[in-house]
Design a protein around this ligand. Structure first.
Ligand code: GLN
Length: 258
């Protein structure tokens, strides 16, 4: 009887161990793990054309195509979740998602809390103004109110430089604040500024001045070096065989020569 009880206890322990090691395979629960059970989970914010945006119900864009190509190269299924930008960052940081791909600038501050893949795109912050605005350059922004997207490097730039800001969840809300006269300018990533401004049918223009120099990379949980390596391998191969260039071209994105 006692022996049996012991046996049961031992069995229970073994199954508890099995469960915990299975749980360890979940989306980045254990930093040493790669993607969860054959599925690579990705968080994004589909409000950032042409990198990620909605076409009807479907999430499309250059980042989405790139993530699909990476997943395919590595033999994973890709599962994309569309959430707020700051939640996508936090989701990668905590390991809730294996990765966040959302035109994310890999900067020093974020590198303290997250792993990043190698860079895949060079970007900068741009200014959008109304077509009839007197603002012609960054120097004219002095004393003006500028809208931006919450939790982004654009917002950080504006705060660091002492501007009055209004932050919105999405770039399109930031641009509506401009066209409805609530703010004097928008600061947002250059390619997105172009895409969002193009939707305004000439009411807005993007100024030809780069406020920052940034690079986009895929974000993962800090210490998930195995997945970071895998993704870097995939990115290198897709760069080498021209897939990445093709994807960027499809969305009319110019990749700076290195
Ligand atoms: N590149 C900017 C950042 O990382 C904006 C990204 C975004 O809004 N999707 O903060």
């Amino acid at each position: 009887m006692k022996k049996n009880l012991l046996k049961i206890a031992a069995l229970a322990m073994v199954s508890a161990l099995a469960v915990s090691s299975l749980a360890g395979c979940g989306a980045g629960d254990d930093a040493s793990n790669t993607a969860s059970k054959g599925t690579l989970t990705m968080a994004t914010n589909a409000e950032f054309p042409p990198f990620e945006y909605l076409e009807g119900e479907e999430i499309v864009g250059a980042d989405v195509d790139m993530a699909k190509a990476v997943a395919e190269y590595l033999g994973y299924e890709l599962e994309i979740t569309n959430i707020d930008f700051d939640a996508a960052l936090t989701g990668a940081q905590t390991g809730k998602y294996d990765m966040a791909v959302a035109g994310i600038t890999a900067n020093e501050e974020r590198r303290q809390n997250m792993n990043f893949s190698n860079d895949y795109f060079k970007a900068s912050q741009s200014i959008i103004v109304n077509a009839d605005s007197e603002i012609k350059a960054a120097a004219d922004l002095e004393g003006k109110t500028v809208s931006c997207q919450e939790g982004t490097t654009g917002e950080q730039y504006l705060l660091d430089n002492g501007y009055q800001i209004q932050s919105f969840k999405t770039g399109s809300e930031a641009i509506t604040a401009l066209t409805t006269g609530k703010v004097d300018a928008v600061v947002i990533d250059n390619a997105v500024a172009k895409a969002l401004s193009a939707e305004q049918n000439g009411k807005t223009v993007v100024l030809d001045e780069a406020l920052t120099q940034e690079s986009y990379a895929i974000a993962m949980k800090l210490g998930n070096d195995e997945l970071t390596e895998e993704i870097n391998k995939a990115l290198a191969a897709l760069k080498e065989d021209g897939t990445l260039a093709q994807i960027f071209e499809k969305y009319e994105l110019t990749v700076d020569a290195e």
